[in-house]
Structures are given as C-alpha cells and as structure tokens.
Design a protein around this ligand. Structure first.
Ligand code: SF4
Ligand code: SF4
Ligand code: FES
Length: 247
C-alpha cells in the first residue's frame, strides 16, 4: 500500500481567471474516494510543498452517482468523482473541471446550458392543474423496460464533455436532451406534445448537428442507449419535417 495519496488539481479562482495546477499529498487511508480526498484538503488546505492555499471548490450532493453534480475529469476521464475510488486510480490523481462548461471556480462548472436544452425540448409531461387526474395510461412491460434506461439520466454532462459537436462554437444541444425526447415521446401522455419536442430539435443546434461519432453512449455512466435514441428521434424528426412540408 502507498503511504500517501498524491493529487494534482487544476485551480481557477473565478470565471475567466487564469488557471494553475497545485499538488497535494495526503496520508493514505483505505477505501477513500476523490470526494473524501477533497474533504481532507478542505480541512487542511496546504500544498505538497507546504504552502497554505485556498480550499479547493467542488460540487457534490448524493455521493452515490445519482445527482451528477460531482462530474469532473479524473485522470483525464470524465466521470463522477464520488465513485472514483482512490485504490483503483493511478497516482498522482489528476483532477480538472469539465472543459465544455464555463468554470465557476476550481472544479465547479456552470451546467446551465444543459438545463436550458432540456427546457428547449420540453423534457417533461405538462399537467393541467393539480387536481387528481385518475390513473395514468397503462404501459406494457416491454414499453416500460425500453423507457427505463432513459429515465436514469442525471444530467451529469459526461455525454456533452465527450461529444466533438458540443462546444462553444456550436449551439448543438447534445445527446442527453435527445434521450429525454425519446423518453417523453414514447410515453402515451408525453406523446401529446411530441410535435413540439420534434420541432425543437430542428434547425440550429438540433439533432441534424449530431456527427454520429457515438462517444456519448460510450461515456454515459448510466449506460443509456443514446445511439438508439439519436436514431429513433432522428427518424421522428425527419417524418415530422416531411409532414410539415407536405401539409
Ligand atoms: S445521458 Fe448519460 S452521460 Fe448524458 S447527461 Fe445523462 S446520464 Fe450523463
Ligand atoms: S453521436 Fe457523437 S456527435 Fe452525436 S451526440 Fe453522440 S458524441 Fe455527439
Ligand atoms: S455526488 Fe451525486 S453523483 Fe456524485
């Protein structure tokens, strides 16, 4: 067992500020993850060289790979830091913020663009008031099984980070919102607003900008079948466009 845990962390004091790297060395303990290392640094923010520094900022919430808030680059791979186990990582453990979202501070990024994309595609089922609506439509177990993986999306941003088409030069909304269109357009109640969702995927930033490189599915921590979603929703969008064109 190593006697220390060595970390190299990309630091940035505020949005738009220059970044720098700092090194930290912690006493080794078994079964630590990246978040527990960051908590140790927070308790004693001193670099490996013995220089006092500001505590490292990061986001987290659930600590069990459900909320997506702790997503960052760990040894160059985009993933959730709460489930990144030190004992399974090469050292020094290199931590950096995701590159496709603006840095707020250190490892915290502003993922608002992703949430705006969910609003654009109306990734929800509208309800008419708050009175009891009675039982919902029945779904076969086959439909439920096909829909379930998409319901696990935690808007973590891994698929955007890996996508060559998702960057600050394009408006492309990325794979996760397309997965949500697949989810809600496949639901008998959600289907009532399918046209709005499909029209939201036409034009600039829409599904036509997907380069089909399939990086998104490869990095999704929830194994969401994003390639299937892109193919199925792409067909729905094409049919909608033809219907619009020929009335
Ligand atoms: S589709 Fe997967 S990678 Fe993309 S935001 Fe959802 S959970 Fe994360
Ligand atoms: S298939 Fe490629 S271009 Fe399309 S969303 Fe996935 S990673 Fe991006
Ligand atoms: S803290 Fe929620 S996924 Fe890591």
């Amino acid at each position: 067992m190593p006697s220390t845990i060595e970390l190299r962390i990309k630091r940035q004091d505020q949005p738009g500020a220059p970044s720098r790297w700092e090194e930290f060395s912690l006493p080794y303990r078994k079964d630590m993850n990246v978040i527990t290392c960051l908590m140790e640094i927070q308790r004693n923010p001193v670099t490996r060289q013995g220089k006092p520094t500001a505590p490292v900022a990061w986001d987290c919430s659930c600590l069990e790979e459900v909320c997506g808030a702790c997503t960052m680059l760990v040894n160059g791979k985009v993933r959730q830091s709460c489930t990144a186990l030190v004992d399974q990582l090469a050292q020094p453990i290199v931590l950096a913020p995701m590159t496709k979202f603006p840095v707020v501070r250190d490892l915290c990024v502003d993922r608002q663009r992703m949430f705006d994309s969910l609003i654009r595609v109306r990734a929800w089922i509208p309800i008419d008031g708050t009175y009891a609506l009675g039982p919902g439509p029945r779904l076969s177990s086959t439909e439920q099984q096909a829909a379930y993986p998409y319901s696990q999306c935690m808007t973590c941003g891994c698929c955007m980070e890996a996508c060559p088409q998702y960057n600050d030069r394009s408006e492309f909304l990325g794979a996760a919102p397309i997965g949500q269109v697949r989810l809600f357009n496949g639901h008998p109640t959600g289907r009532m607003n399918a046209e709005e969702r499909l029209r939201a995927l036409m034009g600039p930033g829409g599904i036509g900008e997907c380069g089909k490189a399939q990086n998104c599915e490869a990095v999704c921590p929830k194994n969401i079948p994003l390639n299937d979603a892109i193919a199925q929703v792409g067909r729905q969008v094409t049919i909608r466009m033809l219907k619009d064109l020929f009335g």
